[in-house]
Design a protein around this ligand. Structure first.
Ligand SMILES: Nc1nc2c(ncn2[C@@H]2O[C@H](COP(=O)(O)OP(=O)(O)OP(=O)(O)O)[C@@H](O)[C@H]2O)c(=O)[nH]1
Length: 414
């Protein structure tokens, strides 16, 4: 089947952000925006596909197609494993990630073009969602820094263009320069951890707009001025003074490159202002994903495959070495005693008896062993390696190959 056009693939938007930044409200807003588009033009636009990955949320103000709470009971997990709230969320997410294959199967079935029964003449063009929306747990680190979060994100990104929407509580983050810088550093760490394109969503712009933050990001001088104001306000001992001031100063210089890679939008999830700009940014990130991130993902996948292959080769060599030792010990394989030929004359019989006595007493000439041993071992090793490789490679990728290898070991040890 030809791979689908990347422009037609639904794009996955993963909402992450500090607790209380407004992720769920933002999800609700973009979900309702896409539903409105669908209602306006039902024949050309499908509603989004929505996933809730927050196991601890009591109720979500939007309808999700896949909800982690349907498969994992967070409260029960806490009870059974004797965990606190964060451990409970983490374990629930881990349990859910064991079903990632099923989740991806459903997503691919619902969001990717499916081959029709008669491939040559597709009946009607399938209307697929243009967006997959994901809400994540409030405890950001539980999702971003856990193995299960990585598994879910990398599985998603291997099938769909994926962008992160990092939701920021604008009024809170603009309280002072150090809060702003902390938030930016958190965003940068997530960017480097996930290696996915990111949009900074300055939320709650109905309370305070994002212009000041944008200025701090784009204009180093204005951040310096804000820093000086903080110093004056809080005095030398405050967050803007002393070593903190110079630290923030140099960090703002370092972060310039990071800011250049980010899309920034101001949104009010309450009023809906800025939502259209957000979707424009999402489309720009889709291109970036295809141009920069997909090749990187492919490269990482190839590297991982190569590594697996190397490990397998090592295993084969190790098994071969073990075989050599155990064959030697048992006198099987290349160390098997050659079948005795019947002596034809009395002197031959005497010679053979002498040899037997020598072997039994351990008095074998070292030269004799070396002479034909090295050649024989190489041929034996090569043959054995080929047969092992065949045994490991044959089969269904499941236990078939391993089974054959095991059979082979058993037979050769007899
Ligand atoms: N004024 C204003 N308030 C907002 C906006 N977005 C969210 N809020 C409020 O911020 C609070 C937190 O919003 P949530 O959507 O629950 O935030 P969250 O990040 O999902 O929270 P957790 O799931 O607990 O991490 C709520 O009281 C919202 O009403 C906004 O755009 N403007």
């Amino acid at each position: 089947m030809a791979s689908p056009d990347p422009q037609k693939l639904p794009i996955a938007v993963v909402c992450i952000g500090m607790a209380g930044s407004g992720k769920t409200t933002f999800m609700q807003r973009i979900n309702s925006h896409l539903h409105t588009l669908h209602h306006a033009s039902p024949s050309t636009t499908a509603p989004p596909y929505v996933l809730n990955l927050d196991p601890a949320v009591r109720s979500v103000p939007f309808e999700s197609n896949i909800d982690i709470r349907d498969s994992v009971n967070y409260k029960e997990v806490m009870k059974q494993y004797n965990l606190g709230p964060n451990g409970g969320i983490l374990t629930s997410l881990n349990l859910f990630s064991t079903k990632v294959d099923q989740v991806m199967g459903i997503l691919e079935k619902r969001c990717l073009p499916q081959p029709t029964a008669q491939q040559q003449q597709p009946a009607e063009p399938q209307l697929l969602p243009s967006h997959i929306l994901l809400d994540t747990p409030g405890q950001i680190e539980v999702f971003v820094w856990s193995a299960s979060g990585s598994i879910l994100l990398s599985s998603l990104a291997s099938s769909f263009p994926t962008v992160l929407a990092y939701i920021i509580d604008t009024p809170r983050t603009l309280e002072n320069t150090s809060t702003f810088m902390s938030n930016m550093l958190y965003a940068i760490s997530i960017l480097y951890k996930t290696k996915l394109p990111m949009i900074l969503v300055f939320n709650k712009t109905d309370v305070k707009d994002e212009s000041e933050a944008v200025e701090w990001m784009r204009d180093f001088e204005s951040f310096q001025a804000a820093l000086r104001q903080d110093e004056v306000r809080e005095g030398e001992g405050g967050c803007g003074g002393g070593y903190m001031g110079s630290l923030l100063n140099s960090m703002s210089l370092v972060l310039e490159e990071f800011y250049n890679h980010l899309s920034v939008v101001g949104v009010s999830s309450m009023t809906g202002a800025g939502v259209e700009e957000f979707f424009v940014a999402v489309e720009a990130k889709r291109e970036e994903f295809e141009k920069d991130y997909r090749p990187e993902l492919e490269k990482r996948r190839k590297d991982a495959e190569q590594q697996r292959e190397q490990v397998r080769e090592k295993e084969v060599s190790r098994m071969m070495k073990d075989m050599n030792v155990s064959s030697k010990a048992k006198g099987t394989g290349m160390y098997a005693k050659p079948k005795r030929e019947e002596p034809e004359t009395v002197s031959e019989a005497e010679e053979m008896d002498d040899e037997e006595e020598e072997e039994a007493s351990g008095l074998v000439e070292p030269d004799d062993e070396e002479e034909d041993g090295s050649d024989g071992r190489e041929t034996f090793d090569d043959g054995l390696k080929t047969r092992y490789q065949q045994a490991l490679n044959t089969g269904d990728g499941g236990g078939g190959g391993v089974g054959k290898a095991a059979d082979y070991i058993m037979r050769s040890q007899r």
